[in-house]
Design a protein around this ligand. Structure first.
Ligand code: UD1
Ligand code: M6R
Length: 365
């Protein structure tokens, strides 16, 4: 079943041009998006006072990547909940809320308990899942199957990118009554249709990521700084590295750098800074300068052709990725980090598809 690949994680990373295509198949139209499962609920979602995204691990990170465009395209405030934390706090959920549950398996215990809780509180419950017939799919009022195909590696890769794309389509559908964002929506739809070929392009970085991994095998820790659309990329890149390569890694909001993390910076600690083109670009340029002035060991992810713009001194290692619609950039930016985590794991001699102590589906609390 792995075909020409050594591991499922590797196969699933390389499958993304295809899985992104199947996620969008039949749903993307020139005039907008068509999500069969949501047709009857779109108006209710539009009227909701708040959207609450709920998930665990990678699925939470996918929702975090979706938050900025969900807010932008719908104007509805979006809050984020890690399922276990919502349950621990018994946080407020109201009838006027739309609660969006994100889960690859559709069987994660905390996510399902949070779903029961939101149902009891009268919220409209929407599922985003890869598993037709899963408990999540059955118990939610409506939802979107991401159709990424079966994911076997414990580390979620293709489901993450398909979840973001499914939520982009959700945001486009909910926001489709807003005239002021029509041009923006059209640009995002066109960006979505190019994503599979952008994903093929970025996968060509495989050998470069293997080389980068070999320079990091003995590191004890790896920091990843992102902000805006790519805060989620930082968290998800770090989660992949810690979960499979068994290396400490921390994703951080670059805007928080001076509020603590800067104290860690020295010439040894590798730091990945995500600085692709978007409204936060100049802020990331200044973060890079500040890290370099503390002799930070930087690996900068930037848009193609931007190497000298992000690192004029030439003292950083640069990963250049294809430029896509700013809000969709997280779909492309995570791919080199998935490849990095994969190669780091193989080079460090750990089990890629079955990391120590972890299960694919966490069905107990
Ligand atoms: C559906 C069919 C698809 C077919 C297409 C043709 C299924 C599973 N999907 O896809 O095979 O090609 O019509 O038009 O038969 N749902 C939830 N919670 C979730 C996920 C989904 O309640 O977490 C519900 C949806 O609201 C919907 C149903 O499940 O009622 C199917 O969802 P989805 O597969 O996303 O719908 P379509 O894309 O229309
Ligand atoms: O099946 P789910 O999406 O609900 O799973 C949630 C998490 O357990 C899962 O994403 C976990 O963090 C992965 N192993 C990450 O790669």
């Amino acid at each position: 079943k792995k075909g020409s690949y050594d591991h499922f994680m590797q196969k699933e990373i390389h499958e993304q041009p295809h899985s992104l295509t199947t996620t969008m198949r039949g749903r993307l139209k020139d005039s907008g998006v068509l999500l069969g499962g949501l047709k009857e609920h779109i108006k209710t979602i539009r009227r909701s006072r708040r959207v609450v995204f709920i998930g665990c691990g990678t699925s939470y990170n996918a929702a975090l990547a979706a938050r900025p465009f969900m807010e932008e395209l719908t104007g509805i405030p979006v809050t984020m909940e890690v399922a276990s934390d919502l349950l621990d706090r018994q946080g407020p959920i109201y009838r006027e809320d739309t609660a969006v549950f994100v889960s690859q398996s559709g069987e994660t215990a905390d996510t399902l308990l949070a779903l029961d809780y939101a149902l009891e509180n009268g919220a409209l419950c929407v599922g985003i899942t890869n598993t037709v017939g899963s408990t999540l799919s059955r118990r939610t009022h409506c939802g979107v199957h991401i159709n990424a195909g079966c994911e076997i590696g414990v580390a979620s890769t293709k489901a993450y990118t398909s979840q973001i794309v499914a939520m982009a389509m959700l945001a486009l559908a909910v926001g489709s009554d807003q005239i002021s964002t029509q041009a923006r929506r059209e640009a995002i739809i066109s960006g979505l249709s190019s994503l599979p070929s952008n994903a093929s392009e970025v996968l060509k970085l495989d050998a470069e990521m293997k080389e980068l991994a070999s320079s990091l095998i003995d590191s004890e820790s790896l920091l990843v700084f992102g902000r805006g659309y790519n805060y989620a990329t930082a968290l998800e890149g770090a989660l992949k590295v810690k979960e499979v390569a068994l290396m400490h890694s921390e994703g951080m909001l670059a805007g928080e750098m001076k509020h603590g993390p800067l104290a860690l910076v020295d010439e040894n600690l590798p730091i990945i800074v995500i600085a692709t083109r978007d409204a936060c670009f100049s802020k990331q340029q200044s973060v890079i300068q500040q890290l370099l002035s503390r002799k930070g060991r930087l690996i900068v992810m930037c848009s193609e052709g931007d190497a000298s713009a992000v690192c004029p001194s030439g003292s950083c290692r640069v990963i250049e990725v294809p430029d896509v619609a700013d809000c969709l950039q997280p779909v492309i930016n995570i791919i080199p980090l998935q490849l990095l985590a994969y190669h780091l794991t193989v080079l460090r001699g750990f089990d890629v598809d079955q990391p120590r102590n972890l299960a694919k589906s966490v069905t107990t609390q």
